[in-house]
Design a binder for this molecule. Structure first.
Ligand SMILES: [Mn+2]
Length: 310
């Protein structure tokens, strides 16, 4: 019985984006709103410049930094894959999972699972908040709203569903942000710090390494306000270096343009011909131009699944 009051920590993925931090924070606020005070949002990694800006703007301290979750009771938000979990997860008691991504749960058995494909985990948290009539102040509503706008690319990403739009509208009844489109662009600009990073850092900032039927590939996502400004040659060189160290079938970097809604896809690896065949497009200087492609999960990953599932 002594465990009844033991704290439960809510944690997003490593290398967190705003959705990972805000959904943990929002879930704590939800629990407090229904009278449960044993939940505490934490973060397991350093936050990005945009997340820092949002929490500061709305006078809210960031969740406490706790890099190792060994021995803790935890709720995982915005991720299920082991490679995205905080250090020490093998020795943590994972009691709940809330996520909007592809799911990998073979190795854990949470008591409660909320999984729904939608634009952001924060939308799932906001839905719980409104369903239970929990009241939010303006700062909290603004943080949650910002996270949904960021994760859905201003409600324009192909992952966006009706729920995301509904939650944005409901949150904005409290947040009262006048022009959501303009505000989204301000949010994206806070993330547009690529010119301060080396090519290696650009590749590693938001990197996923994936295996399908023994084939390995990686996809880095780089969301920019202008993807022509990035030094493509240097990034390709760095990809070649990485691929010499550990050869993958394909190593991809998506240079996504959030304003023009397109993607310059940089690619190295021995399976370039397979990619050219499926896209019916030539790779020139290790690059492909893909109009209307912005989502790793919905647009790039399915292409690779098609190549390697046979
Ligand atoms: Mn997310």
């Amino acid at each position: 019985m002594e465990d009844l009051n033991k704290k439960i920590y809510i944690v997003g993925h490593t290398k967190p984006d705003l959705d990972a931090i805000a959904s943990a924070f929002g879930y704590q606020k939800f629990k407090e709103g229904v009278g449960e005070y044993t939940y505490q949002a934490i973060r397991c990694d350093r936050v990005n410049a945009q997340t820092e800006w949002v929490f500061k703007k709305y006078n809210t301290p960031l969740p406490e930094y706790i890099p190792d979750i060994s021995g803790m009771n935890v709720v995982l938000v915005d991720h299920t894959f082991p490679e995205s979990r905080a250090k020490g997860w093998e020795n943590a008691n994972i009691i709940e999972v809330i996520d909007h991504h592809d799911v990998k749960l073979e190795d854990i058995i949470p008591q409660s699972i909320t999984i729904r494909p939608c634009g952001s985990t924060t939308s799932l948290i906001a839905q719980k908040i409104f369903k239970n009539g929990v009241l939010l102040n303006r700062n909290i509503a603004s943080i949650l709203l910002s996270a949904i706008l960021d994760d859905t690319l201003g409600l324009k990403s192909p992952t966006t569903i009706k729920l995301d739009r509904e939650m944005v509208n409901k949150l904005n009844e409290v947040a009262q942000i006048e022009d959501l489109e303009k505000y989204s662009i301000i949010l994206f600009e806070k993330k547009d710090i690529w010119h301060t990073l080396t090519s290696k850092e650009i590749i590693q900032e938001d990197l996923r390494e994936i295996e399908i039927n023994g084939n390995w590939f990686s996809i880095s996502q780089v969301e920019t306000m202008n993807n022509r400004e990035l030094k493509k040659d240097e990034i390709v060189n760095e990809l070649e270096v990485l691929n010499k160290e550990i050869p993958f079938n394909l190593r991809l970097v998506m240079l996504t343009d959030l304003l023009q809604k397109n993607c310059i896809l940089l690619v190295v690896g021995r399976d370039i011909p397979l990619l050219e065949k499926i896209l019916n497009q030539r790779v020139i200087d290790n690059a492909l131009f893909l109009p209307n492609v912005v989502s790793r999960k919905k647009q790039i990953l399915p292409i690779l699944q098609k190549i390697y599932s046979k």
